[in-house]
Design a protein around this ligand. Structure first.
Ligand code: ADE
Ligand code: ZN
Length: 335
């Protein structure tokens, strides 16, 4: 697109990317060999080489189909240095895409469940965050997500483990991700209620594959402050008006939605509807190594499908800054 240099230089924030989702097949094979992890190539030939895996990533059939690769692959992350490298590589790339501030997700349960210490994960990610701030001038926030395919009791244990970090601000907030269908948000109301009482920021994936009703539930039962994906919001006009009025941010991930077949083409996403209805949204990469696109690729894909004006793009980037969980002085410095 002729707007590419403009879109790259626009100061922007990213709010919806999973650090584990930036694990590329090439880093996966490097770590697997370094950590002596055997990939399940005999059960699934996609794990034969980085090339066969990348090729398989062009044919995801659903969120759950993708998640299978996502969880198997993160099994090669063992040491603090592995987590640090993963996050650092992402921050370097984000910087070159014009990201000034990144709020990144991670899934502690996916690591503790396989015997990795919670502290190993957080310490590794935190080191990369500190380095990004010092060497790249990219500010960062870590958001821990609960995975909804595991029992709610597991979430409660994880919350207790993370509580000191959440209260001290070492972690910026909580989110909810993983398999959506059959896992209604209301199941997590207790832990979200506790977080709210403690003044902890809350977001949740809702309305990605699941219905608009799950967005409504996440608002009423979890009292979330941001909506991750939220593409089904356009199916419920009354709810959409409420989200617009409350100036809540919807964190959209266009290439993810396309690759996981939530939509047949980018043009089906409610971008125009959101712009016309005053819904604030940001554009994000979700799992860049799996959906062959970092944040700028997502901006460009939206531009190709919708042909937005320079003014509209400036407003989208501005909304991404204002919807961030950084303080006002940082926002002013970015804008
Ligand atoms: N975990 C990583 N990426 C995800 C997505 N797009 N939806 C739900 N859970 C995820
Ligand atoms: Zn996501």
């Amino acid at each position: 697109s002729p707007l590419h240099p403009f879109l790259q230089s626009l100061p922007k924030c990213e709010h919806h990317m999973h650090l584990e989702g930036s694990l590329s097949p090439s880093l996966l094979f490097t770590l697997a060999s370094r950590n002596k992890i055997t990939l399940p190539a005999s059960a699934d030939s996609a794990f034969t080489s980085p090339e066969t895996l990348l090729d398989r990533y062009t044919r995801f059939t659903s969120l759950d189909d993708f998640l299978r690769y996502y969880y198997i692959s993160m099994g090669c992350l063992i040491y603090e240095a592995d987590f640090e490298q993963l996050a650092w590589d992402y921050f370097v790339r984000a910087k070159s895409d014009g990201v000034m501030h990144a709020e990144v997700f991670f899934d502690p349960q996916a690591h503790t469940e396989r015997g990795i210490d919670y502290e190993t994960v957080v310490n590794g990610f935190e080191k990369a965050c500190k380095r990004a701030e010092q060497e790249l001038e990219v500010t960062t926030k870590l958001i821990m997500c609960f995975v909804r395919h595991l029992p709610v009791e597991h979430t409660n244990e994880t919350y207790i483990q993370a509580e000191p970090h959440l209260v001290s601000g070492r972690l910026a907030g909580i989110g909810l991700d993983s398999s959506e269908e059959g896992h209604p948000p209301r199941k997590w109301h207790e832990v979200y209620g506790k977080a709210k009482k403690q003044g902890i920021r809350r977001t949740a994936h809702a309305g990605e594959e699941g219905p608009a009703e799950y967005i409504r539930e996440a608002l009423t039962h979890l009292d979330i402050e941001r909506i991750d994906h939220g593409i089904r919001l356009a199916d419920d006009k009354e709810l959409m008006r409420e989200v617009a009025e409350r100036k809540m941010l919807v964190t959209m991930c266009p290439l993810s939605n396309l690759k996981l077949r939530c939509v047949k083409e980018i043009g089906e996403l409610p971008i125009r509807t959101f712009l016309d209805s005053g819904v604030s949204f940001s554009i994000n990469s979700d799992d860049p190594a799996y959906f062959s696109g970092y944040i700028l690729d997502n901006y460009c894909a939206v531009q190709e499908a919708f042909g937005l004006t320079v003014q509209e793009w400036e407003n989208i980037a501005k909304a991404s800054v204002n919807g961030s969980w950084c303080d006002g002085s940082r926002k002013d410095a970015i804008l």
